[in-house]
Design a protein around this ligand. Structure first.
Ligand SMILES: Cc1cc2nc3c(=O)[nH]c(=O)nc-3n(C[C@H](O)[C@H](O)[C@H](O)COP(=O)(O)OP(=O)(O)OC[C@H]3O[C@@H](n4cnc5c(N)ncnc54)[C@H](O)[C@@H]3O)c2cc1C
Length: 306
């Protein structure tokens, strides 16, 4: 029996682990993927207070080490078969039959990149289409590429990709960006970045790898193709909440309903970071949620009868 089970080893889950471990609570953090979460996919983080410029994976690794130094057990690539939340003791079952019990559960499962859902996207995934600049940017050194999206991630990752690619065309569905002004200014100052705004991306073109991206102008219906050796897609995320469907309140966007307290619809179960209902999804908001969830979880376990 652990004091706290934490699902997701991204910034929110690892921060919860740091606070719980420091309070001498026993913690198991399970992640279905690579420990570290979305920062692993982030080339450079420039807005984390106190660390002006840091590769995302370095920040994630430092958080993992810090959580482990406070005694957290952390396991990546876990295959979770089931979860049971309706009794005071929360239970997780892995695919190999291993069962874990916890007095509290913190859900910090974040989300996965949203797909465009257009022809050939699945076929060319890994053959020119990527959702991770850090992982794949280097493959496109001196090549022309496309970035699809117009939010903070799209603009920031396009700037980071300009270290490799010779030309980057940003295709965006609106005539304005949905990003912070600093990100827009930095992108606009970069001579390698070009823009095709207010378009619908129609399909990826190519035989064995992509050679271009077809689009349609929303106002006129005029069609065009940007020739490109690669396409990076940054159009938001899909919350990883499927496991909890029917157990917790989840809204129509798939976010687990929880306010600033991170308290979900079940006592002893908290939702922290990108997975919960909120407007701003950043590293700082995720680590803030991890802190709050840990402190509420401690309060919960200490107020329960022995
Ligand atoms: C490309 C990109 C660039 C970004 N750049 C910045 C930036 O520069 N600055 C900034 O502040 N923010 C940035 N962000 C946003 C920031 O990374 C996120 O807001 C933050 O990582 C959210 O943390 P989290 O812990 O809630 O979720 P995540 O980081 O998404 O971590 C969730 C973890 O949960 C795991 N998981 C999923 N399902 C399960 C399950 N069922 N059981 C167990 N584990 C599960 C996942 O494998 C993952 O490791 C960026 C995001 C992206 C995608």
């Amino acid at each position: 029996m652990f004091d706290a089970l934490v699902l997701g080893a991204g910034p929110a889950g690892l921060t919860a682990g740091i606070y719980l471990g420091r309070a001498k609570k026993s913690v198991l953090i399970l992640d279905t993927g690579t420990v570290g979460g979305a920062p692993i996919m982030t080339h450079q983080v420039s807005n984390y207070p106190g660390i002006p410029d840091v590769p995302g994976y370095s920040l994630a690794f430092a958080m993992k080490k810090q959580a482990e130094s406070f005694g957290c057990k952390i396991k990546g690539n876990a295959v979770i078969a089931g979860v049971s939340l309706d009794t005071p003791v929360k239970r997780l079952t892995l695919a190999d039959g291993t069962e874990y019990e916890g007095k509290t559960l913190i859900i910090a499962t974040g989300g996965t990149p949203r797909k465009l859902g257009i022809p050939k996207e699945e076929v060319f995934k890994g053959k020119g289409i990527s959702y991770c600049a850090t992982c794949d940017g280097d493959f496109f050194t001196d090549k022309e590429i496309v970035v699809i999206g117009g939010g903070n991630s799209a603009l920031e990752e396009a700037v980071s990709l300009s270290k490799y690619a010779s030309k980057i065309t940003i295709l965006h569905e609106f005539d304005h960006f949905q990003a912070f002004q600093a990100a827009v200014d930095e992108a606009k100052a970069n001579p390698k970045l070009h823009y095709v705004m207010n378009v619908r991306v129609l399909e990826f073109i190519g035989d064995s790898r992509i050679t271009g991206v077809a689009y349609e102008r929303k106002e006129t219906g005029e069609r065009g193709v940007v020739e490109a050796a690669g396409a990076f897609v940054f159009i938001g995320y899909v919350p990883s909440s499927k496991l909890f469907e029917g157990m917790l309140d989840i809204n129509d966007r798939g976010e687990i309903v929880a306010d600033e307290s991170t308290q979900t619809s079940l006592p002893g179960v908290y939702a922290a970071g990108d997975i919960r209902t909120k407007r701003i999804r950043q590293l700082t908001t995720a680590v803030a949620d991890g802190t709050v969830a840990a402190l509420y979880a401690i309060h919960h376990m200490e107020s329960q009868p022995a």
